[in-house]
Design a protein around this ligand. Structure first.
Ligand SMILES: [Fe+2]
Ligand SMILES: [Fe+2]
Length: 282
């Protein structure tokens, strides 16, 4: 893969920078593998989101240029995670699983306005996603003993933090929404965690090939994924995610709202880890 043209050369990494030979299969559980396969598909599908961003920011050449770079980095995240999953599980064909996912789930590309109602809302929703992915890969990095995955997630978490700042800075430039409008967008995007994107990604990544698109159960798929993810999070990862989201909507770090949101988020995450369908090896 060619080197990415990032804004900061220090952030640049390549698949060839990963110490693939250090792979330690003994420290990979089926649950961790299933979660990584799922994340790989979502990341790999980011190209469509670049098209969507171009559609809704048609006159902002600089933002579109940054969105192109962002998209390349997200696709590289998928490639790194997908390669790792293929090495751990040689029966896993990343490319064909991505195709299956794309046949099940696609972003609305024939739009000229953000589905969030405003472009500022779109950028806030992106901050929620990047805050979530930053905390997710940080959690895996700290949870896993597998050295290659740890390295990959260290790189990716760093990228996601930078992506968050990209969208946050561009959102601040456009600031026109009131606090409660921004809060509504953020909560709406958080709730979407249980929508079909992750559910289909789980299904396309982990179901037996002959069952893909046939026996899809969103609640079961998102339940298994959320349960595994919740088991890897520590309080610090969730607090960091809440802090990033709250900061994107304009909350001060010491506000009582911030502390309340952190408590609610942690409580909700623990509910996920105690409920939901139990993972079964596909
Ligand atoms: Fe990513
Ligand atoms: Fe990202």
């Amino acid at each position: 893969m060619a080197a990415l043209k990032t804004e900061n050369q220090d952030n640049q990494w390549l698949l060839s920078d990963i110490n693939w030979s250090k792979l330690d299969l003994t420290s990979v559980t089926p649950e961790l593998l299933a979660a990584v396969k799922t994340a790989a598909l979502v990341e790999a599908n980011s190209g469509d989101y670049v098209i969507y961003l171009h559609n809704i920011f048609p006159n902002d050449a600089e933002f579109k240029r940054l969105a192109d770079i962002w998209g390349e980095e997200e696709v590289q995240h998928g490639a790194a995670l997908g390669r790792w999953a293929e090495l751990v599980d040689p029966t896993f064909d990343f490319s064909s699983r991505v195709d299956h996912f794309r046949s099940l789930y696609q972003l609305p590309l024939n739009v000229s306005e953000s589905v969030r109602g405003t472009n500022e809302g779109e950028l806030i929703a992106r901050c929620v996603v990047e805050a979530g992915t930053c905390s997710y890969y940080s959690a895996i990095r700290d949870f896993t003993q597998e050295p290659v995955l740890k390295q990959i997630c260290t790189y990716i978490a760093r990228d996601e933090s930078r992506h968050y700042r990209l969208f946050k800075d561009n959102g601040l430039k456009r600031a026109s929404l009131g606090f409660f409008q921004r809060l509504k967008v953020a909560i709406g995007r958080v709730v979407e965690v249980n929508d079909d994107e992750l559910g289909y990604a789980w299904h396309a990544a982990n179901a037996p090939l002959e069952e893909i698109g046939v026996n899809y159960d969103r609640e079961k798929c998102t339940g298994m994924y959320n349960r595994i993810v919740a088991g890897m999070y520590e309080r610090k990862h969730m607090d960091a995610a809440v802090h990033m989201v709250a900061s994107a909507i304009g909350l001060r770090s010491q506000s009582r709202f911030m502390q309340l949101f952190k408590k609610i988020a942690w409580w909700r995450l623990k509910k996920y880890s105690q409920s939901g369908a139990v993972f079964f090896s596909p």
